[in-house]
Design a protein around this ligand. Structure first.
Ligand code: PEP
Ligand code: MN
Length: 337
């Protein structure tokens, strides 16, 4: 339920209605801008009589929110959510570029890649330390050592780090050490992990599940937000379809759909969507044209020998060429990179 207040209503009027609704055992969420004042109501709203609410001073309208996601809903918060990670901004007019290897493999590897992607204009360093691999016999990541190496690469370049968490066991460490905590596609519906991660104060990058609908994806964001953390970045990374030529199918329409439904920033990972290095640049450009707030790109200095996802990783030289085009596209779209 949404209570649209008159933008000129007084603080007292807002407090009065807020108190009256909260007495019914629901939670309220105030969103105020220059031209609007909205009180979102979450919880069991069936017992609330909207006609009675209209009698309160300052109330313009009462609307029912059809979608099951509330805090993530643009009706609850009309303006874009903008996330500032030590000066690197995601959302609004900004374009964020997260680049780096699939897995952190060694100190030399991560530092060399971090330096080169920074030089080409990346705004974040990505790198997996804990890897969700399909086979238990594949490289599982350097785990905590990988996290230490990412911290060294951050110290060396100043790039904030994004890395995936797989278990609630490491939440404290990730909250302390990582700038953006990634929830991978395979864990998008690990509700316990979502609830726990929602208690942290770090931005969360939530990848779309392999076969998740847009609504399921937004409901996962809602889990994190309902636990108290509203700094969620959505990441479209391709979904399973009948097509097998590409690793997944990049759902470009998800970008404008999500931007209409939600105020959360949406970035695109063309690397995991495509599965092949030569598809990364065209899909990245398409994502920007479709309105994405940023990109996540796998870059490796020696893709043939990469311990994971070498076939979809682009070399630092190709990343530079791609970034020059992305910068021009960003300008065309009126975005800041
Ligand atoms: C990754 O970003 O390294 C990754 C494993 O991605 P996804 O969860 O989208 O498969
Ligand atoms: Mn990968």
């Amino acid at each position: 339920m949404i209570i649209v207040m008159n933008p000129k209503c007084s603080k007292e009027e807002v407090l009065k209605i807020k108190k009256a609704i909260e007495e019914k055992g629901v939670l309220t969420h105030l969103s105020q801008g220059e031209t609007y004042c909205i009180l979102g109501v979450v919880g069991e709203t069936r017992a609330i009589d909207s006609n009675k609410l209209l009698r309160f001073q300052g109330v313009d309208k009462v609307l029912k929110v059809e979608e099951p996601f509330k805090k993530a809903n643009r009706l609850f918060k009309p303006e874009d959510t903008i996330i500032d990670v030590n000066g690197s901004i995601i959302g609004g007019k900004n374009l964020a570029v997260m680049a780096g290897p699939c897995s952190v493999e060694s100190e030399e590897q991560i530092i060399e890649i971090a330096k080169s992607v920074k030089e080409s204009g990346a705004t974040f360093l990505r790198g997996g330390a804990f890897k969700p691999r399909t086979s238990p016999y594949s490289f599982q990541g350097l785990e905590l050592e990988g996290l230490e190496l990412l911290k060294r690469a951050r110290a060396e370049t100043g790039l904030p780090i994004v890395t995936e968490i797989m278990s609630t066991d490491y939440i404290d460490q990730f909250e302390r050490d990582v700038d953006i905590i990634q929830i991978g596609a395979r864990n998008m519906q690990n509700f316990d992990l979502l609830k726990q991660i929602g208690k942290t104060r770090k931005p969360i990058l939530l990848k779309r599940g392999l076969s998740a609908t847009i609504e399921e994806w937004l409901m996962s964001a809602e889990y994190i937000m309902a636990s108290g953390n509203e700094n969620v970045i959505l990441c479209e990374r391709g979904i399973r379809t009948f097509e097998t030529y590409t690793r997944n199918t990049l759902d470009l329409s998800a970008i404008p759909v999500v931007k209409r439904l939600s105020h959360l920033p949406v970035i695109v990972d063309p690397s995991h969507a495509a599965g092949y290095w030569y598809l990364v640049e065209p899909l990245a450009k398409a994502a920007i044209a479709a309105g994405a707030d940023g990109l996540m790109i796998e870059v490796h200095n020696n893709p043939q020998c990469a311990l994971s996802d070498g076939q979809q990783s682009i070399k630092p030289e190709s990343f530079k060429i791609m970034m020059d085009k992305i910068k021009r596209l960003a300008e065309f779209e009126g975005k800041i990179l």
